[in-house]
Write a protein that binds this ligand. Structure first.
Ligand SMILES: Cc1cc2nc3c(=O)[nH]c(=O)nc-3n(C[C@H](O)[C@H](O)[C@H](O)COP(=O)(O)OP(=O)(O)OC[C@H]3O[C@@H](n4cnc5c(N)ncnc54)[C@H](O)[C@@H]3O)c2cc1C
Length: 416
């Protein structure tokens, strides 16, 4: 089924009785060319690009819950390509370009909104670092503007400029950044992949791997054994668990990250704002809710829920940046499991086990990467070679020392 203004009009004439499910909820077949474990954004995007770019359609996406029940449906929806290091910036700019054409590509309204992303700086040193990052972004073809305090005030006049504990010295603005509706991204990729014949199998938990001659040739699941020539894992916060089933360890720690949404208020925040003196970021959804978050909870966990000290810490950060939000009531909070890598950068590579490929280590920045992650992972699975923009995301970099430490904090996953 194709979505368009015309189809909405025609369905309206028919009292909307003719809509079909957005994707096929398939039962697993005995075997596939490729199995992707994990029905989050990355797994579904991989299936879409395998089918569309490489013509590989005998593919199953195996999801233990419902698609989007992991981090894909829990994030704060921010998309951007404002990175410093060459290993990262080209990849995230590829992702940004794919976001810009995503809705046409998958024929689904993912509510991609390029409302801009503003990173605030509060010291001279931070401003210098932002200038350097902005230059790096521009060298890679991305857009970046360095704003002085007046430029920031024009864009977001409601911040605390007058008696702030950490005065705002300026900001790095990426106008092409913004937000996308996270579950619509999941549904859009599912729609496009399913239309090309991909099986999306929900409520099917992978519990082990089938091996022959040192190679994985299938998976054991709660719905039986399924064979495949190639298997890709894109299970985000569960990467350590699935790797353990295959017999290897990943340089990943699983941590909880929470997010929050307020009651709906009139339009107030026109862009995404991140606080440079504390860990706090905020945007406003199209429904009017203020969507915000901050730091990870700081301990290892597989629970999709967090604890109250972080709620307090995040709200304190928000209050010190924009005291006006103190009168807004909090509506909901939730948590997701982050696959925090040791250098804060992801892994898209062969695994140590023949036939199994790894997509992992997205920390809390993987939503923006969804299109490029799927694109590059599909390239790797289809061709056996890394895509040119993802060559830095090797698994062996942790052994060889070629880490991509964007924040310069070292092997401290809780700080990335
Ligand atoms: C609160 C929060 C805020 C965030 N904010 C942002 C943001 O603003 N911008 C940004 O870029 N990133 C953000 N992120 C990070 C981003 O959401 C993740 O990095 C990204 O979604 C991970 O990729 P995914 O979508 O494929 O993961 P997921 O949606 O978690 O997909 C993995 C899937 O694998 C399934 N799975 C796991 N184990 C098995 C198994 N054994 N068998 C079958 N299936 C299995 C899970 O059920 C899950 O559905 C945020 C995350 C959270 C939690």
């Amino acid at each position: 089924m194709r979505y368009s203004g015309f189809s909405v009009f025609m369905q309206a004439l028919n009292r909307h009785k003719g809509w079909k499910p957005t994707w096929r909820d398939a039962a697993p077949k005995p075997s596939y060319d490729v199995i992707i474990i994990g029905g989050g954004g990355h797994g579904l995007a991989t299936a879409h690009y395998l089918a569309k770019v490489h013509g590989i359609t005998n593919v199953a996406v195996i999801e233990k819950g419902w698609i989007g029940s992991g981090n894909a449906g829990r994030n704060t929806t921010i998309i951007r390509s404002n990175y410093l290091l060459p290993g990262n910036e080209a990849f995230y700019e590829l992702s940004m370009k794919l976001w810009e054409g995503l809705e046409q590509d998958v024929n689904y309204n993912a509510m991609v909104s390029q409302r801009g992303v503003l990173n605030l700086c509060h010291t001279d040193a931070q401003r210098d670092a932002f200038a350097r990052r902005g230059n790096s972004m521009r060298l890679h073809g991305a857009d970046a503007e360095l704003l002085d305090p007046e430029g920031v005030r024009k864009l977001v006049p409601f911040l605390n400029f007058d008696d702030a504990r950490f005065p705002i010295k300026g900001g790095l603005f990426q106008p092409r950044g913004g937000t996308a509706r996270h579950d619509a991204v999941v549904w859009g990729y599912a729609h496009a992949a399913s239309e090309r014949g991909v099986d999306i199998v929900q409520n099917c938990e992978v519990t082990g791997f089938l091996r022959e001659g040192g190679r994985v040739v299938g998976i054991e699941t709660s719905r039986g054994t399924i064979r495949a020539n190639k298997i890709g894992m894109a299970v985000a916060g569960n990467s350590g668990r699935v790797a353990e089933m295959a017999g290897f360890r990943l340089p990943i720690e699983s941590h909880v990250l929470q997010a929050f949404v307020s009651e709906a208020i009139k339009p107030m925040i026109p862009t995404v704002v991140t606080y440079g003196a504390g860990h706090f970021y905020i945007s406003q959804s199209d429904k009017g809710g203020l969507v915000f978050g901050g730091d990870i909870d700081g301990y290892n966990s597989y629970a999709q829920r967090g604890n109250l000290p972080t709620v307090e810490d995040v709200c304190e950060g928000g209050m010190s940046l924009m005291p006006a939000i103190g009168r807004v009531r909090l509506l909901r909070s939730w948590g997701g499991i982050m696959d925090m890598s040791m250098d804060g950068s992801p892994i898209i590579d062969h695994s140590p086990v023949d036939g199994l490929y790894v997509n992992s280590g997205w920390c809390y920045g993987g939503f923006k990467a969804t299109p490029a992650s799927g694109f590059c992972f599909a390239h790797l699975i289809a061709t056996g070679r890394m895509h040119e923009t993802a060559t830095a995301y090797r698994l062996d970099r942790f052994a060889t020392g070629h880490v991509i430490d964007e924040k310069g904090v070292g092997a401290r996953p809780n700080l990335h």
